[in-house]
Write a protein that binds this ligand. Structure first.
Ligand SMILES: Nc1ncnc2c1ncn2[C@@H]1O[C@H](COP(=O)(O)OP(=O)(O)OP(=O)(O)O)[C@@H](O)[C@H]1O
Ligand SMILES: [Mg+2]
Length: 474
């Protein structure tokens, strides 16, 4: 971040200084909330969580080199004391971004935020120094922490924004006002908490409402293929640009196909020209993400050739999202266990089907090892049933449903669609799934592992990649 003195920070956040011998000392390191991440010159923000209270680590943080602590009470080491650490962090981020004048690109959507943010970052980085959300730190704490990593050199700040309710995105855009706002899609992620898709659209659209008007450079980048996203054009004064597969999209893809490996390739069209792209990412759903990234890069003045090359070279920066590993014995493991919702389940199953087509022709089989999709409220039964059925329709060879009630709905959906005998099975937990798979897998098989975060199904993928390891926990 920019080197602010403790006195300046105290003023920005409206805090009281305690035990600070020299208020002119500057913060030269990152702002962190985990004392183990402190480096010399850091500011340690003490949060009181349910299990741990950051204030208990204040001394340790300063011993490790933190210049001061942001806290709600004096802690016996240099501290700026505020009423609320989150609010203070937000105020600090807002001021730093404003002073730096960094151009902010913000994106939201139900599925694909992190994947798309990683694509945008890899494309823009070629153009100018870029700071972006690490992993999926897209909430009221992760967002200011990311913004505070920006420095004088930073030209682009790419921020993922998550929402679990109305007003969340508005709050985040208030901290780091974006000039370019991208909305990917409106799906069913967290629908139980929101109440319905209309409410989700309402919440995500707060992003485009926050943008500056067109004459001040505001740009809303909207998915032309998603009617609820497209309709957000009426909620913004920013200029609207569309991406998607439809003919009227400003940035679109033509001749979309999947390679034998399941990697999408297409011709990228932008208002300034066309170029061919083959992604290193797996699954057709990444076409939409790549188009979104291309639309943002185009708005920032990158030539289409450069965008296409950057997209074609971009890898997956965040873990357990369609992470493909081939074992020495020829079994392929696709670890997509970071999270799941109905849209991403369908996308992953389609990718599995595409990746397995060549394998199936040679006698290999595709396996979908799936666990529950959380937070679906009343839609849960129908959505699990539909995913089970889709696996059968896509000709996935074997379904292994892992876990309790929702897993049984998955398996029942597959059964009712015609997946009998040993084609679909229901096992109680990750360990049972691994035991079954270790017995059954043979060279040429392709295995997809996917469920909501709370299931922790990556344990299955990791155990299958390491024949020695035991499945831990849960
Ligand atoms: N455009 C898309 N449509 C459907 N599924 C997608 C899309 N892009 C990515 N996915 C899948 O959705 C899952 C989550 O991807 P990603 O982490 O990029 O999304 P996210 O929106 O950041 O999620 P979160 O809300 O957990 O932060 C992955 O399984 C990924 O393969
Ligand atoms: Mg994310």
């Amino acid at each position: 971040m920019i080197a602010l003195s403790l006195a300046e920070i105290a003023e920005i956040v409206g805090g009281q200084s305690y035990d600070i011998p020299d208020p002119a000392v500057r913060i030269t390191g990152p702002v962190v909330i985990d004392s183990r991440e402190v480096t010399p010159g850091s500011l340690f923000a003490a949060f009181a969580g349910e299990q741990v209270d950051g204030h208990d680590y204040a001394v340790r943080a300063v011993e490790a080199g933190a210049a001061a602590v942001l806290a709600v009470r004096p802690v016996g080491v240099p501290a700026i004391v505020v009423d609320d650490v989150q609010t203070a962090l937000g105020a600090l981020a807002r001021t730093v971004v404003e002073r730096l004048g960094t151009d902010v690109v913000a994106l939201t959507g139900s599925a694909g935020k992190t994947s798309t943010k990683d694509l945008i970052a890899q494309v823009l980085q070629r153009h100018a120094p870029t700071v972006w959300t690490p992993g999926s730190l897209n909430n009221e704490i992760g967002l200011p922490l990311t913004a505070l990593r920006a420095s004088d050199e930073t030209q682009h700040l790419v921020l993922e924004m998550g929402a679990r309710g109305i007003g969340h995105i508005r709050y985040l855009t208030g901290l780091t006002p974006p000039r370019i706002g991208l909305v990917l899609n409106v799906g069913t992620a967290h629908i139980g908490e929101f109440g319905g898709r209309e409410q989700i659209a309402q919440a995500k659209g707060e992003l485009v409402e926050s943008l500056p008007p067109a004459e001040k450079g505001g740009v809303a980048v909207l998915n032309a293929d998603d009617p609820l996203v497209r309709a957000m054009a009426t909620r913004t004064h920013a200029r609207v640009t569309l991406f998607g597969e439809g003919d009227d999209a400003d940035v679109r893809a033509e001749n979309v196909r999947l390679t034998e490996n399941g990697q999408p390739s297409f011709r990228l069209h932008t208002p300034t020209g066309c170029s061919d792209v083959t992604l290193r990412l797996y699954g057709e759903h990444h076409v939409s993400n790549a188009l979104a990234a291309a639309a943002v890069a185009h708005e920032l003045g990158m030539p289409v050739q450069e965008i296409a090359t950057a997209l074609s070279e971009a890898g997956s920066l965040s873990r357990w999202r369609m992470e493909v590993t081939e074992r020495p014995d020829g079994v392929t493991i696709v670890n997509d266990a970071y999270n799941a919702n109905p849209e991403s389940m369908r996308a992953a199953l389609r990718a599995l089907a595409a990746m397995g087509r060549a394998a199936q022709a040679q006698g290999g089989r595709t396996w979908a090892v799936l666990g529950k999709m959380a937070e679906l409220g009343d839609a849960s039964l129908a959505e699990h049933d539909a995913v089970g059925r889709l696996a059968v329709r896509l000709n996935v060879s074997k379904l292994v449903a892992v876990g309790d009630r929702e897993a049984s709905w998955l398996q029942l959906g597959a059964y009712n669609e015609g997946s009998w005998g040993e084609e679909s099975v229901h096992v109680s937990d990750a360990r049972a799934a691994v035991d079954l798979l270790r017995r059954e897998l043979r060279p040429g098989d392709v295995v997809l592992v996917k469920a909501s975060r709370s299931v922790g199904l990556e344990r299955v993928a990791l155990a299958l990649l390491d024949s020695e390891s035991e499945v831990s926990g849960r």
